[in-house]
Design a protein around this ligand. Structure first.
Ligand SMILES: Nc1ncnc2c1ncn2[C@@H]1O[C@H](COP(=O)(O)OP(=O)(O)O)[C@@H](O)[C@H]1O
Ligand SMILES: C[C@@](O)(CCOP(=O)(O)O)CC(=O)O
Ligand SMILES: [Mg+2]
Length: 327
């Protein structure tokens, strides 16, 4: 039996535009997904997803004798539970050259689902690493990142960049531009996260931006402007200039709003953070609902978000330099 974990992340800048080859800077945070994997005698998968709905559920399926999942919950929930896990297992089987390996899998996660904190990448990276390890194959961090990217790309039907998966595999602050993925030195970043309790569908939101970009030149220009902003943001990050980072985060939120991926509650949390004196605030990840990230060294933003109707949870997040590893 092997347990591996991987971190979630916030985007300092560049989500969505990164899908079209612009640079982005995601930062791993101290909230992790843990995946425990035990080899079975048969070729089935048994997935126990504690945090997937209010009560969590267990599903057993697959294999040559298996077929459909054997659970009494809506098919959409089963698919949501199994998509990334299936893809992770497929990658581990391929890496270990064990196409018929079956597993009992338990997922425990501190990362809210579909909220822009990269739960899918964390579950996928931890799942691949744990399952390969259980099959006796030790994968390097880069191999996990590469395979986790392939898995997300398949589940999100082509709508994915390398950013989430590379960040979750390596930890820390990273810069991703197309195939070029590298780690960055980062100063202490006082992240505050606000969560509206909702979720967005990453694949659908990415498709929406793609359509806008293909329909209007000014939408394509907006995507390119995000890229310019990220290049300025990298300099501010290297200089440790938190004021400029905040200003650029505000600008980035405006451009994401223009691309149609913000929401009323995300905007309300962003404004509450700014009114409380945050250096900057923006939505993080795919959007539609979920989380915002603000920069504030003081307690003011957390306090403001705690009392904001529509903000379900707020917490301080630390940069986490630990990528995927065995527990
Ligand atoms: N704790 C978990 N257990 C099982 N699957 C999970 C868990 N967390 C995330 N996932 C998978 O990731 C999906 C959410 O990923 P996504 O829509 O990309 O949002 P995000 O990555 O921003 O959290 C879920 O629908 C599910 O398939
Ligand atoms: C919108 C996007 O840039 C980030 C999605 O992040 P998340 O799954 O919402 O955490 C898509 C991607 O880069 O794959
Ligand atoms: Mg995701």
């Amino acid at each position: 039996m092997v347990t591996a974990s991987a971190p979630g992340k916030v985007y300092l800048f560049g989500e969505h535009a990164v899908v079209y080859g612009e640079p982005a800077v995601p930062c791993a945070i101290d909230r992790r997904a843990r995946v425990t994997v035990e080899r079975r005698a048969d070729d089935h998968l048994r997935v126990h997803a504690e945090d997937l709905s209010l009560d969590g559920f267990t599903v057993e399926y697959g294999g040559t004798t298996g077929g459909d999942p054997d659970v009494d919950v809506p098919q959409s929930l089963v698919e949501a539970a199994t998509g990334y896990v299936d893809a992770a297992v497929e990658q581990a089987r391929d890496a270990a050259d064990a196409p018929d390996a079956g597993f009992d899998i338990t997922i425990e996660s501190e990362i809210p689902l579909g909220a822009g904190l990269g739960s899918s990448a964390a579950v996928t990276a931890a799942g691949i690493y744990a399952a390969a390890e259980e099959l006796g194959t030790d994968l390097s961090t880069d191999e996990v990142a590469e395979r986790a990217y392939s898995a997300e790309l398949a589940v999100q039907e082509g709508n994915a960049s390398r950013a989430d998966t590379f960040c979750s595999a390596t930890g820390g602050a990273v810069r991703v531009e197309g195939d070029d993925c590298r780690s960055l030195d980062a100063p202490e970043l006082p992240f505050v996260v606000g969560f509206d309790g909702g979720a967005g569908d990453t694949g659908a939101l990415v498709s929406g931006v793609r359509e806008l970009k293909n329909s209007y030149d000014f939408a394509a220009d907006t995507v390119a402007a995000v890229g310019d902003l990220v290049r300025s943001g990298e300099d501010a990050l290297a200089a440790g200039d938190l004021e400029e980072l905040g200003e650029l985060m505000d600008f980035n939120h405006g451009l994401l709003s223009a691309l149609g991926v913000s929401s009323r509650s995300l905007d309300a949390m962003v404004w509450a953070a700014r009114d409380a004196g945050a250096l900057g605030a923006k939505l993080t990840g795919a959007g539609g609902g979920g989380c915002v990230v603000a920069l504030d060294e003081s307690e003011e933003t957390e306090t403001a978000l705690r009392y904001l109707p529509g903000c379900e949870e707020t917490f301080r997040a630390e940069l986490d330099t630990e990528g995927v590893h065995v527990e």
